[in-house]
Design a protein around this ligand. Structure first.
Ligand code: GLN
Length: 534
């Protein structure tokens, strides 16, 4: 069977949920027995988002192979069973980098290098490569940005050309638009959608399916109107009304037989779908929690919903696993610096300190961790969160008053967190951290083992600094348990405290592997401990 390619574009405005839409399409196709993979095209010139501020870009999602990618890849992995690599996220920067390198090598000798065909060919080759390497039946390609942006034109042009190469029944164009409800007029408006489809047509793409984001139900009449003006069959005008949980979206699509419409276009006959487990174990549990638990996330990128995306999702998954609704209280660590932890943290049942870079807000995180440790509040520290827990313990329990990380104070007297040899001579900042999956050995008697249930685990990393083993004995004598080690380099991966309801901090990012129907064991244990704390 020839591989099938689905292009997902967006129109009218950004932030319509193209990533979740693409992931949900992946889910319903997977439920029909197809092997899917997903790609994200990002029209910016950075090679990857690794060096961008989270306020610019949101979370940087890390794949198993250590690529720093767009956060939509997180949605893809959470909704489907696809495992993504560095080839699944393509940026304009990567494409030009490759084409210019080839030009310098002389690969195009004698030719003038142009957007068409050289850039567009490079983009198409990347789709073919992923199709080949993944051996997927269907590749879903989400094109970032909004139709009409200058930046995304080469990607859209490559998508247009793809149908010429691969054939009508092997390519499908899905366009996501906004159908706004105008309150003062009391009406739903289709004009922005008509314009957006018009713009896409000017580029040479006639969408086969339209997915309409809306606050209100779309009447038959509205669907007919959209169908007529946009030249799309009425049943292929899909309503995507706001949902309570994003995990409902595959069911919303399924109810409108989106999977059948897609399979019909591809001339595919597949087994019938089974989303019953997803509905029962994810959606119904998310919508009908028996308990409620308030968890503080103490970070410095609190203002942006997307900056800690995978962490928030992992907390939701852990809630689902414990039949509880997790209410996330986002607390700016600089506010803790200003008014102390008591006021802001007194009524939370768990405290999570996420990863981060740089000195701003760190003292607030350290105060929050001390508060959790001294008041027996369940605590989960991730990456910088673990480093802060080490600093806090060294300062307040081991008498090393000025302990710090050498990232935060290069001349600290007690660098309990520092650079290992390999990192010391690195000059380039892009793609040079400890990145991707590493094995970790969990000690059998630890709490971590109780949650993981196994000795050998694999978790994803994204950091430069490490626990400084010179301080290991001292901290151990004062009560820290070093319960997870990367054996090959003897690097500390997990620390915990014994006499505490839940105090675990990890150098890696467990949030990247949590799934709605398979919550990460540490998050699950953390939420369980938080529920048990009365
Ligand atoms: N800034 C720290 C380091 O580079 C932690 C990174 C993180 O939390 N992702 O080691």
């Amino acid at each position: 069977m020839a591989v099938k390619i689905i292009f997902v574009t967006g129109g009218v405005i950004s932030s319509l949920g193209k990533g979740i839409t693409s992931a949900s399409i992946g889910k319903i196709l997977e439920s029909r027995g197809l092997k899917v993979t997903l790609m994200k095209f990002d029209p910016y010139i950075n090679v990857d988002p690794g060096t961008m501020n989270p306020y610019q870009h949101g979370e940087v999602y890390v794949t198993e192979d250590g690529a720093e990618t767009d956060l939509d890849l997180g949605h893809y992995e959470r909704f489907t069973s696809s495992r993504l690599t560095r080839f699944n996220n393509v940026t304009t920067g990567q494409v030009y980098y490759e084409v210019i390198s080839k030009e310098r090598r002389g690969d195009y000798l004698g030719k003038t290098i142009q957007v068409i065909p050289h850039i567009t060919n490079e983009i198409k080759d990347r789709i073919k490569k992923v199709a080949h390497v993944s051996a997927a039946d269907v590749v879903i390609v989400e094109i970032g940005g909004t139709v009409g942006d200058i930046e995304s034109l080469p990607f859209l042009e490559a998508a247009r050309q793809f149908r010429l190469d691969a054939g009508y029944n092997n390519t499908l164009y899905i366009h996501l638009t906004l159908v706004p409800y105008i309150k003062v007029a009391g009406e739903i408006k289709t004009k922005p959608t008509q314009h957006s489809v018009g713009t896409l047509r000017e580029i040479g793409i006639q969408p086969d399916i339209l997915i309409c984001r809306t606050e209100k139900v779309l009447s038959d009449e509205i669907k007919e109107k959209i169908s007529l003006f946009c030249s799309i069959r009425k049943e292929a005008v899909i309503e995507a009304k706001d949902v309570e949980t994003i995990y409902q979206l595959p069911l919303v699509f399924k109810n409108q037989i989106l999977d059948e419409i897609i399979l019909g276009h591809f001339n595919l006959i597949c087994k019938s779908s089974n989303l019953a487990d997803w509905e029962k174990n994810v959606v119904e549990r998310a919508l009908n929690p028996k308990d409620k638990v308030k968890i503080a996330v103490v970070g410095k990128y609190i203002g942006l919903q997307d900056a800690y995306k995978s962490i928030y999702e992992a907390l939701i998954h852990a809630g689902i696993a414990n039949n509880a609704k997790v209410e996330i209280e986002k607390i700016d660590s600089e506010d803790i610096e200003k008014c102390g932890p008591e006021k802001l943290l007194k009524d939370v049942r768990g405290i999570l300190v996420p990863g981060g870079f740089g000195v701003r807000g760190v003292e607030g995180k350290i105060k929050a961790i001390r508060f959790a440790r001294e008041n027996n509040i369940p605590f989960l520290g991730l990456c910088l969160g673990m480093q802060c827990a080490v600093i806090e313990f060294a300062r307040n329990c081991c008498g090393l008053k000025s302990a710090n990380s050498s990232e935060l104070n290069a001349s600290t007297q007690y660098p309990v967190i520092s650079l290992i040899k390999e990192q010391k001579n690195i000059r380039n900042l892009g793609g040079t951290m400890r990145l991707g999956t590493y094995p970790c050995k969990v000690s059998k008697k630890s709490r971590a083992f109780k949650y993981y249930g196994k000795e050998l685990i694999h978790e994803r990393h994204r950091h430069r600094y490490e626990f400084n083993n010179e301080y290991k004995k001292l901290l151990e004598n004062k009560g820290i348990v070093f319960s997870g080690i990367y054996p090959k380099k003897n690097l500390v991966e997990i620390i915990e405290l014994k006499d505490h309801p839940f105090f675990i901090a990890v150098q890696f990012h467990p949030e990247f592997q949590s799934k709605p129907d398979n919550a990460h064991p540490l998050f699950k244990g953390f939420i369980q401990a938080a529920i048990e704390r009365v």
